[in-house]
Design a binder for this molecule. Sequence first.
Ligand code: T1G
Ligand code: NAD
Length: 693
Amino acid sequence: MTEAGQIVTLERVGAIGVLTVNNPPVNALSHGVRSGLKAGLDAAGADQAISGLVLICAGRTFVAGADITEFGKPMKEPGLAAIIETIENSSKPVIAAIHGTALGGGLELALACHYRVAVPDARCGLPEVKLGILPGAGGTQRLPRVVGLALALDMITSGDPIGAKQARETGLVDEVIAGDLKTGAIAFAEKVVRVREMSDKLKVPDPDFFKNYKSTLAKRRRGLEAPQACVDAVEAAATLPFDQGLKRERELFTRLLGGEQSKAQRYFFFAEREANKIPDVPGDTAVKTIRKAAVIGAGTMGGGIAMNFANVGIPVTVVEATQAALDRGLGVVRRNYEISASRGGMAAEDIDKRMALIKGTTDYGAIADTDLVIEAVFEDMALKKEIFAKLDGIAKPDAVLATNTSTLDVNAIAAATKRPESVIGLHFFSPANVMRLLEIVRGAKTSKPVVASSMALAKTIRKVPVLVGVCDGFVGNRMLAQRGREAERLLIEGALPHQVDKVLTDFGFPMGPFAMGDLAGLDVGWRVRQARGTKAPIADALYEAGRLGQKTSAGYYHYEPGSRAPLPDPDVERIIIEVSKQLGVARKPIPEAEILERLVYPMINEGAKILEERMALRASDIDVIWVYGYGWPIYRGGPMHYADSIGLKKIAERLSEYADRFNEPALKPAALLQQLAREGRGFADWQASAKAA
Ligand code: T1G
Ligand code: NAD
């Protein structure tokens, strides 16, 4: 039965049959794999010379789950359940030999096997909840019986894998194979003489266990349906006979799979992977390894940026203008590590190890041998140009020179050097050591190796990179500005900060525009408006009243000492009503549905303009930016995916109405939006045709 090119092969080694799956890149359980497995299992079952079976995978990993690209299409038999049944009912012991990641349906397959062995760096998990579903092939019923309720619930509701060591300790894996996996697995199979009944470690601590677990989870995973359903499925495992539990799992799985949330999260799974691909930067483009980094400025951003390098063991030098600023900046870094250690986010003894990787200096000469320099000084063009001209004379010829500017023209900064091809924007988000998004701003002259090196670096420092073009505010802040303008207009017209913020927190954002403004500081926005000569009557009035946000315990909200809870403030209401009066606006209540449209539709419209101008490669890139950089709820996929779910025709119509009502040209529907609305298409269709072109 061994034929090249077959995705599932069966060979006999002594009395042991070896079933090998070979479906790159991650051995997903496509229809072809399922059919091959069924045929292989049946053949092994019928072969008298075979007394035991090893299930193993070729390539970089054990089965990483069902084939997500097959979801939403009619399911072709044999299904995974049929294969699992064949294994479980096999009279010959079946041993799963795990390397890489046994995930989702892959772990469910392994759980159906009578024994599991794994290499030391293998990982096992049920990440379905990250796709808005739950394990649908018995994982919620079998895992708790093998590892116990608590660990199974944590693994299934978080979707995070565990390592081989913990898997061994908890009985998920029977043996860790240090040497060659296939050889070790066959040896293990030769040792076991009979199949094994599934163990049953299911003990329910107390009658309210599941109820309490769900309410805690609801706070941590706000708005997400799948985590709650995961608990329901595991509760069925603990309270119903096995077959009924399987049935309950299937019902919950089918409901979630057909839902909008899972559709959005599956879309996002592929969006995140697409964002890594730069069509004109081939995969074999030279990538520079960053062995030494430097950060200019140890302010709000500089310190956090430096931590990203120390966190992955890369030495980083921080250059400040004065010793005092340096001491203050590095002091904040140490405190951030101490807070993280006090919360169990890292080991206390690692604080000194990380700090040892962060060197401070006021001498620019000290960074002459670094591979990458990231500038994070005040948002002032003249200062940034001065610094890049200085770096041009200091940094080694092949160093990457990056700026963390959030609004300034990266091409103008690059022009301050004789090597604009080495200059790129690396736009981190605050707090830079926490936020996962990294907008990579490609200048007109940025070289492909610098682009490729920056994309690779993002992975190294555990960021999600998205490539964007040079324009005002790049992608994220540019769209945010549209929302900010409309949020201010809503206040003038009749709403109050907590009413507007409630609409977005109900929608799924961690906070609304006004609580976010207070977090960032109202002075940041005021300085930007001053520099541009623009006005925001209410925000300006609050700034002039000395209300800078959380840092002054007063902004759009009031904050009790030591608390970050935003409390509505009658003084703010008075200021807002006064401004409306001065502007001659008769205040009136605004329905929540309208508030949502007026905050979100202008962002989508700006997203369409960004695509027209090719400031983003894909609509899905914009969604990755908003989910990872601005807290857009992942179960809504992102603003562009959300727009498609609403329908572009409706959005274009509403925008036209608002543009006329407020005589606001920025609200006029973008050409691309109007075109797609006319054609009855969505941004996903536009992207697919752009990709095919
Ligand atoms: N189906 C289809 N394609 C997949 C896939 C999958 N399950 N997993 C990965 N790919 C593609 C991916 O799109 C990319 O394609 C390439 O493989 C490499 O992936 C019944 C119903 C395994 C840890 O959720 O977490 O089982 O971009 O870039 O960083 O209960 O992929 O190259 O064209 O991510 O090394 C549950 C999903 C499914 C695991 C490898 N399983 N995959 O990470 O590579 S639901 C998952 C991952 C299920 C059952 C239910 C990761 C990885 P392309 P990559 P990586
Ligand atoms: P900040 O004011 O907190 O820090 C700037 C630091 O630069 C100060 O410590 C200052 O002493 C130092 N500095 C000034 N001149 C210097 C020089 N010649 N050499 C060395 N150091 C010098 O500012 P920030 O909020 O960290 O912003 C830094 C940059 O990051 C800006 O371009 C800003 O637009 C951008 N940014 C800020 C945020 C944010 O949320 N704060 C987010 C993304 C990007």
